[in-house]
Design a protein. Structure first.
Length: 286
């Protein structure tokens, strides 16, 4: 018995010396601190910012070894997709194209990746987490990394400058009219620091928020026997009725009570409730 235990101990020690394996995987690297966007407002002069299109994709972080959702959960990407990625942290979005979020979400959430579908996905990079230098310098470094990697699905998101607010508005209108989500503004001279500030701003034609579904209200007329509206609870505890934006399939099989949804709205009522609330999607837990 003692000889068996000694043999097993030696085998275990030898395997550990060999390093990571399917049986002794390496511990995941800590997720870098991420920058989160505030909202652009008219008092901000955009001339000091780099501007890019706001993508309707899934945010993904490459920690130097593994592709992960912003929650830290691994993304089951095919091995070929990340082969050749730089051995340093990258931040960006997995993207299929404008208006393709639902399809993209289905692809990247699968535990077993479909290689054919992943061949359509691009990893659009816009930041080097925790890197030195201001954003202009980090963007230049990102362009060099993408050029060196020479992978068709690894791309740096185009950044451009605008002269003034009128120039920004013209570009914003062009993107939105072509089906884009809006714009992102990165302050050119900002060092990297995690959290939310005016160093990174989003400019959209609508506002969005999240709410928890608390009840299903029955439909009438053509929606008889189906969902008429969702009653949801906002972050401040108040409730709101959302009946717009739901497809026939969603009315037949509505988001579950207790689930969190994202909705769009335009401005607020006199009491501070969102106006013209429209269902967008069930919030995916990545």
């Amino acid at each position: 018995m003692d000889s068996t235990r000694n043999w097993a101990s030696k085998l275990l020690a030898g395997l550990l010396l060999l390093g990571p394996s399917p049986y002794f995987p390496a511990a995941a690297a800590p997720l870098p601190g991420l920058i989160h966007a505030g909202l652009y407002h008219a008092d901000i002069d955009p001339a000091g910012y780099w501007v890019s299109e706001k993508l309707d994709g899934v945010r993904a972080v490459w920690d130097g070894q593994q592709l992960r959702f912003r929650s830290g959960r691994p993304i089951a990407a095919p091995a070929w997709f990340t082969r050749g990625f730089p051995a340093r942290a990258l931040d960006g979005e997995l993207w299929l194209g404008r208006g393709q979020f639902e399809r993209l979400s289905g692809i990247v959430r699968r535990d077993m990746p479909d290689a054919a579908e992943w061949h359509q996905v691009r990893y659009m990079l816009y930041e080097l987490p925790e890197a030195s230098g201001d954003f202009s310098e980090r963007h230049a470094a990102l362009l060099r990394l993408v050029k060196e990697a020479a992978l068709p699905h690894l791309q740096a998101l185009e950044q451009f400058r605008v002269a003034d607010r009128q120039d920004l508005t013209r570009k914003f209108d062009s993107v939105v009219n072509d089906g884009g989500e809006g714009l992102m503004l990165h302050r050119a001279d900002a060092p990297y620091h995690a959290g939310r500030s005016d160093d990174l701003l989003k400019m959209k034609p609508w506002d969005d928020a999240e709410a928890v579904v608390v009840a299903h209200e029955p439909g009438h007329g053509k929606y008889a026997g189906k969902l008429g509206a969702l009653r949801v609870r906002l972050a401040d505890g108040r409730q709101l009725r959302i009946g717009s934006g739901l497809t026939d399939a969603q009315r037949a099989d509505p988001p579950a009570v207790g689930s969190t949804i994202t909705f769009r709205y335009r401005g607020q009522t006199g009491t501070g409730l969102p106006r013209f609330a429209t269902f967008l999607r069930v919030r995916e837990v990545y």
